[in-house]
Write a protein that binds this ligand. Structure first.
Ligand code: ADE
Length: 224
């Protein structure tokens, strides 16, 4: 997958995208990143990426032109990327959405800022708008990194054990069952005996019950 990032803070990305599993995916050439500084796509001498809102009011609005100019340059062989605007007004990101996004061969992420972006970006350039939750951050950069991290780990060949994806939280709309590792006993807190029984059918049934209980207690909305 190719991921283009349109941002006014390009330097925020490399430290995060050069660690851990995402770094490994890059080295394996499963994903490549193209980070664009929107100031490079302005045409005025001050390299202005924002301006005052028409109609007045406080705050600044991100200009449509640099975003349009940048997107124009990033079409590739397969044509246009899936263009996603990160904004608190977008549809909330969840694991289902992450899975769908992981199937695209090329996505472009626009990191919004200031009071918002010119409505013409939303209406004419973005294919969809995504929010990572009901809170407002200073910009779309961290949300873009959250989306990237969640999407990259689903790409074939990125995680070692495919099974671990089948049993993780949100798979089948359930939260994950509890995990334990050695030691068996830590400060009088013991591992449930069933897990050392060696009876794999029983262990599987126990895990399913635990996942259901946990989901019911913490996220009943998922069961509905
Ligand atoms: N930009 C600012 N806050 C955001 C959020 N919660 N999700 C996506 N983009 C944002």
């Amino acid at each position: 997958m190719r991921i283009d990032i349109l941002t006014i803070f390009p330097e925020m990305f490399e430290p995060v995208l050069n660690e851990s599993i995402v770094k490994r995916a890059r080295l394996k050439k499963i994903v490549e990143f193209h980070i664009h500084d929107l100031r490079d796509y302005t045409s005025d001498k001050h390299r202005k990426v924002d301006d005052r809102p028409f109609g007045g009011g406080s705050g600044m609005v991100m200009r449509v032109e640099p975003i349009f100019n940048c997107l124009k340059t990033i079409k590739c062989k397969e044509g246009k990327p899936r263009v996603i605007l990160l904004t608190p007004q977008g549809k909330r990101l969840n694991q289902g959405k992450v899975k769908k996004l992981s199937k695209f061969s090329h996505i472009a992420l626009i990191c919004g800022h200031y009071e918002g972006v010119d409505e013409r970006v939303r209406c004419n350039l973005a294919d969809e708008e995504v929010s990572i939750g009901d809170y407002v951050l200073t910009g779309g950069e961290l949300p873009a990194m959250v989306l990237i991290d969640a999407v990259v780990r689903l790409m074939p060949g990125v995680l070692g054990n495919k099974n671990s994806l089948n049993f993780e939280s949100f798979e089948g709309n359930l939260l994950e069952y509890p995990h334990y590792t050695r030691p068996y006993s830590f400060r009088k807190m013991d591992v449930p005996d069933i897990l050392i029984s060696g009876d794999h059918n029983k262990i599987e049934a126990w895990r399913r019950v635990q996942a259901l209980k946990r989901t019911k207690a913490r996220r009943p909305d998922l069961l509905r």
